[in-house]
Design a protein around this ligand. Sequence first.
Ligand code: PMP
Length: 371
Amino acid sequence: MHRALRTVGSVMGRRHLNICSKPSELIGNTPLMYLDKVTKGLGVKGRLVGKLESLGPCSSVKDRLGMSMLDEAERQGLITPGKTTLIEPTSGNTGIALAFLARERGYKCILTMPETMSVERRLMLITLGAEVVLTPKETAVPGALAKAKEIKEALGEDGFIPQQFENPANPKVHRETTGPEIWRDTDGQIDVFFSGVGTGGTVTGVSQFIKGSKEHGLEPKKADLYTVGVEPQEQMLLTKAKGGEAIGEQGPHKIQGMGAGLVPQVLDLSLIDEVVPIHSEEAMQMCQRIWLEEGLPVGVSAGAIVSAAVKVLSRPEFEGKMGVCIIPSFGERYFTHPMFNDIKEKAEGLKKQPLPEPYDNRDFGFATARG
Ligand code: PMP
């Protein structure tokens, strides 16, 4: 049961309480919001709407994915609560989604990740009862994958790696929930869809639902939906995979969740009409703009996606068109990201201010004047 599907009123003569009983019931049916303030003055000719995946129970688009991968594995009898240990090489939002769902459903959960990942994330995972195994920074994500495989080997049949980059349950959940929600909530008025590409699950699943997919028995709802995939400008693998040229120096980027350094297996590149590269600096600036102009705390990848949307929707052919962009995650998870360096310095450097004198705590019922 999903939150917005619940109805207020009576069911069979009894009052139906709008109270859910577990966190996974809070997944999905995320709201849409016009992003008029952040796009104002930037030459946008259409109108941009954000789909706030940041408002899920663990605050990211990965909540749906975690649920879908576990539902599918349970359906196929691959995992059993109380017996199976879930293992995934991820520091990111997928790890957090798997960790909370593992608690809810009674699985053990081990996340492997390079030692460079922030303490903030380790805290989040450990507090949710997951085990965190660190791997050497020199071996990056492949090292974490090798460690996950080693743990799985040791556990034999009791270990299960969901493998978000290869798991068909990834695009499936977006084809069956995210896409239909966008279609329903825009009353079919969406013209352009913007998504950052990490695993490619979101962009593939949503586009399959709206453009149609023979393979999945889906008639086109709007065959000419224009799908835009966003990738870091420092790592233009999708642009190259589509026959384009990389711009500038290629290397590490700062847009967590996007640009995984490979062309993922679950991504259907043929559904993407255009790949827009966005530099990490530009993503961070736009992210801050979303916080300040809209008053909406979002993660860095939302900055990249909105930047791409502004570029595309500023072209004359998009006059009056509706663009929907994914807002993948909530902003508070990123306070250790370089984006917040200056703000952190400012916050830590704040000095206390003198009170209006005379001041006496006893006026407020305290035992002493001060302290
Ligand atoms: N942004 C963030 C913050 C994410 O965690 C993800 C998921 N990795 C994405 C964007 C991209 O989504 P997808 O994996 O479905 O391509």
